[in-house]
Design a protein around this ligand. Structure first.
Ligand SMILES: Nc1nc2c(c(=O)[nH]1)N[C@@H](CN(C=O)c1ccc(C(=O)N[C@@H](CCC(=O)O)C(=O)O)cc1)CN2
Length: 299
């Protein structure tokens, strides 16, 4: 019997074989949507979904996401790039295009905590998270069995303060050019600038607090000591500044005086895994545009 993932992927590929997504960011001015939609129309494409946002209609930054279909996508793309570059020059656009059927390769980094990793693996196994997972890398052995039982390679690379440089070199050698996206699923090691620069705005972390509160290590203990009435989780792109990268998604839950630190962690685990899964899904579906240290998310 075919695995449910395979069946869902085959259905997805049939629907998305002729679809592509165009993301644009540029200074706002009249005529942008008309120029882009005309370019698509003149090449026989049909717009399926279009979302836009401007920071200031009198001259801010404009953001556009268009999902479109073309019966002849290969031929369409061979011509589109040249014409799009002309429009991009005219409107000073940053733009990127991706084919909906081109599944991104997602490498996951984890430590000992399993909840965020397993949420991603479960959604992948169910065919709900449309990515390829070339490998999982961990600085501990604890999660090997959970990963390998799904047929995904698991690589254990221990990390200590003294061996971090060598460990990262091994990680990067393993990842090579296999990762369109790296997800830190409660990976508890700070990545060096030399690592982060290899995957700009393509490393997603889940921080176990409602940022900007409680940046860094042990947020639940600090939240408990502070007597908070809300805890939360934040998924963000990784930058050199710890837990300061562009936020993609957040959520919170109520807690009270009866909850101890272990209660906060238990309640928090549900928030973390769902926040991370939403952020990863939106990134994979090309719904996130980074602008400065913020994001625009066309959900
Ligand atoms: N360059 C970045 N790397 C990482 C980020 C980030 O935003 N930028 N987020 C962290 C995840 N994280 C909180 O969400 C976090 C993980 C680890 C630590 C920390 O102090 N780690 C120590 C080692 C702890 C240990 O050995 O158990 C360290 O790396 O020296 C703080 C925050 C992931 N990486």
């Amino acid at each position: 019997m075919k695995h449910i993932r395979t069946e869902r992927w085959e259905k997805h590929d049939r629907v998305n074989e002729h679809r592509a997504r165009l993301l644009i960011s540029c200074p706002d001015k009249p005529g942008i949507v008309a120029a882009v939609s005309d370019l698509l129309y003149m090449q026989g494409a049909n717009i399926i979904e279009s979302s836009q946002y401007t920071t200031d209609p009198t001259g801010g930054q404009f953001f556009l996401r268009i999902e479109f279909e073309s019966a002849y996508m290969d031929q369409f793309l061979s011509v589109f790039e040249t014409k799009m570059n002309d429009a991009a020059t005219k409107f000073q656009m940053d733009w990127r295009l991706s084919r909906a059927s081109q599944r991104k390769n997602m490498v996951i980094f984890a430590s000992k905590g399993s909840h965020c990793l397993l949420e991603l693996l479960w959604r992948w196994q169910a065919g709900d998270l449309l990515v390829n997972i070339p490998m999982v890398i961990s600085n501990h052995e604890d999660l090997r069995e959970s990963v390998e039982m799904l047929g995904i390679p698991f690589h254990h690379i221990p990390v200590t303060k003294d061996t971090k440089k060598e460990a990262e070199a091994k990680q990067l050698e393993l990842v090579g050019n296999q990762a369109d996206l790296i997800v830190l699923a409660r990976y508890m090691q700070i990545l060096s600038p030399e690592f982060v620069v290899t995957h700009p705005h393509s490393i997603i972390n889940i921080h176990h607090s409602f940022l900007p509160a409680f940046v860094g290590a042990h947020p639940y203990e600090r939240a408990y000591d502070r007597g908070v009435k809300l805890i939360g989780a934040t998924s963000h792109y990784v930058t050199d500044e710890l837990d300061e990268g562009p936020i993609i998604e957040q959520d919170v839950a109520r807690v009270d005086h009866k909850d101890d630190v272990e209660d906060l962690k238990r309640i928090g685990r549900t928030i973390e895994r769902n926040v991370l899964a939403r952020a990863v899904t939106w990134h994979v579906e090309d719904r996130v545009i980074v602008h400065g240290n913020k994001t625009v998310v066309f959900q």
